[in-house]
Design a binder for this molecule. Structure first.
Ligand code: ADP
Length: 394
């Protein structure tokens, strides 16, 4: 069968990230971003082969950006595009797998929007624009939450009054599911195990960070919850805090709910702790020069990550390996080694040379011989979305 091409689209509140995924090639033939949509500085930037290019699209919206993208996609595929895969953050309890988009699925994504007020409306704008620009193509939604719909009830329920769950959907949903699913399959391949008969801990460490317990190819627990704020220390997000912090800040500082939400989402995490940056590279450099805030931020990040992994282990019958992925997980030997130092009881130990070697897209084992497996596995959410899209076209 000739190789097929899928355009993968990930819409933010004023941006579209896109990647053309070809079955036959591990590299994306075309990828890029349309940014600042709706503003005078709206711009489409892309990379094809080694060449970079850009186009200003003043006041261009999602539709304009996708129309401008069309000829680029046609050139890169020789006119053979087989479908479009959309990343949708929240699928609620309704969607346990990818869905071919039709009016009913779109209405359901809209109904779930109160759970992801920043993300689902943007995805819907992208879906509607893509349907009008590419009306003849099948389109598929792939949800960040759907992988975690296999969590048992004791893992997804909060200890709050039952009607909040029943009537308002207050429960743990989890995110980064596409990444945890992709890397756990790759880890099983690398280890020569069957994904259907193996157990993994996975740490996705990017700007957002989460852990996941994966048993026989299914998510059994994950660190993010109702929203992507729960769990680990992240770039600008606090992760777990005492829920009474809200009341405390309101009564002692007079902060509004909006202000507290903004601080916990945008001013906390690595940025808040270090007082310097949300970027792990910058923090590692500052730590080298003895910056106390950067040093502390890294210590807290790794300790909290290790604690979360230890907690996730409650969902596993055995541990076939720990997976590191995401920008930090794939590139930071320091963070991997500091985290593993806190997990000695799991018989985890790092091989220094292998750890230093596995950066910039290099996958592989980094554990000491005779110890529990630790793997670095670069994530590829775009490829997973394309695979899910293709599976629904078959
Ligand atoms: P996103 O969640 O936005 O997709 P990424 O997965 O690209 O983000 O991860 C971004 C994070 O990865 C940033 O904190 C960045 O500093 C970190 N990172 C990238 N390269 C390195 C590196 N060589 N060493 C340490 N951290 C790195």
């Amino acid at each position: 069968m000739p190789s097929r091409n899928i355009l993968v689209i990930n819409c933010g509140s004023s941006s579209i990230k896109f990647a053309l995924v070809s079955e036959a090639h591990s590299q994306f033939p075309l990828f890029g971003i349309a940014e600042r949509l709706g503003s005078r500085d709206a711009e489409l930037r892309w990379q094809r082969g080694g060449d970079k290019d850009s186009l200003m699209i003043p006041n261009g919206d999602y539709r304009v950006a996708l129309s401008q993208l069309l000829p680029l996609v046609q050139a890169a595929t020789g006119g053979k595009l087989h479908g479009i895969g959309h990343r949708v953050v929240h699928g609620g309890e309704r969607f346990t797998s990818a869905q071919r988009l039709d009016s009913e699925v779109i209405a359901a994504i809209r109904a779930i929007a109160p759970l992801a007020p920043l993300h689902n409306p943007a995805a819907l704008q992208g879906i509607e624009a893509a349907m009008s620009v590419y009306p003849q193509l099948p389109q598929v939604a792939v949800f960040d939450t759907s992988f975690h719909q296999s969590l048992p009830e004791h893992a997804y329920r909060y200890a709050v009054p039952e009607h909040l769950y029943r009537d308002h959907g207050v429960r743990r949903y989890g995110f980064h599911g596409t990444s945890h699913r992709y890397v756990s399959h790759r880890a099983a391949e690398i280890a020569g195990l069957s994904i259907g008969d193996s157990s993994w801990l996975s740490a996705h460490l990017g700007n957002g960070c989460s852990t996941c317990a994966i048993v026989d190819g299914q998510s059994r627990d994950t660190s993010m919850g109702l929203t992507p704020l729960e769990g680990l220390v992240m770039g600008t997000r606090s992760g777990d805090i005492d829920p009474n912090l809200h009341g405390h800040l309101a009564s002692t500082l007079g902060w509004s709910l909006e202000e507290i939400t903004r601080v916990l989402n945008s001013e906390s995490g690595l940025k808040g702790l270090s007082g310097l940056s949300n970027d792990m590279r910058a923090l590692e450099q500052a730590r080298e020069q003895g910056h106390p805030g950067a040093t502390l931020a890294i210590e807290v990040f790794c300790y909290r990550l290790a604690k979360s992994l230890a907690a996730m282990s409650c969902a596993l019958p055995q541990l076939d390996g720990l997976i590191f992925t995401g920008g930090i997980g794939e590139n930071s030997p320091l963070i991997r080694s500091k985290t593993v130092t806190h997990l000695k009881l799991f018989d985890l130990a790092i091989d220094k040379e292998a750890n230093a070697r596995c950066i910039r897209g290099i996958a592989g084992p980094i554990h000491k011989y005779g110890h529990t497996r630790i793997l670095v596995v670069p994530t590829n959410e775009e490829r997973q979305i394309a695979l899910d899209t293709l599976a629904l076209l078959n």
